[in-house]
Design a protein around this ligand. Structure first.
Ligand code: AMP
Ligand code: ZN
Length: 107
């Protein structure tokens, strides 16, 4: 997906404020934060949305979900946090590369 902004962020073609990275995923600060801490966790592999996830993404999605609380804790969200996945135009999705919003206020 050469025109996908999050693929370009994952490939370091566009800079981001990354807070976590491994071979499968990247987490970076949302450029237009809606909370004191607002992070986006993306898979490095492109798929448009949760509605486009396939059986082959099962392990990846599980790893991402398990990583969310660790990233939140390291961002200071020890009191809790919100997660959000917008799916499709009707779901408010603007960037069509799956991403998990992680939002909250440090304790
Ligand atoms: P969504 O509506 O779920 O598709 O959310 C897309 C999010 O991506 C919005 O919160 C944007 O502020 C954020 N965003 C768009 N471009 C960038 C970027 N270059 N770096 C960081 N966040 C971005
Ligand atoms: Zn992409």
């Amino acid at each position: 997906m050469s025109d996908c902004i999050f693929c370009k962020i994952a490939a370091k073609e566009i800079p981001s404020s990354a807070v976590y990275e491994d071979e499968n995923m990247l987490c970076f600060k949302d450029i237009n934060p809606a909370a004191p801490v607002h992070l986006l966790l993306i898979p490095k592999v492109h798929f448009d949305s949760l509605a486009h996830a396939e059986a082959g993404h099962e392990t990846l999605l599980g790893k991402m979900m398990l990583k969310v609380p660790q990233i939140a804790r390291e961002a200071g969200l020890s009191n809790g946090f919100k997660t959000l996945i917008n799916t499709g135009k009707g779901g408010g999705q603007e960037v069509f590369h799956l991403h998990i919003h992680i939002m909250g206020t440090p304790a």
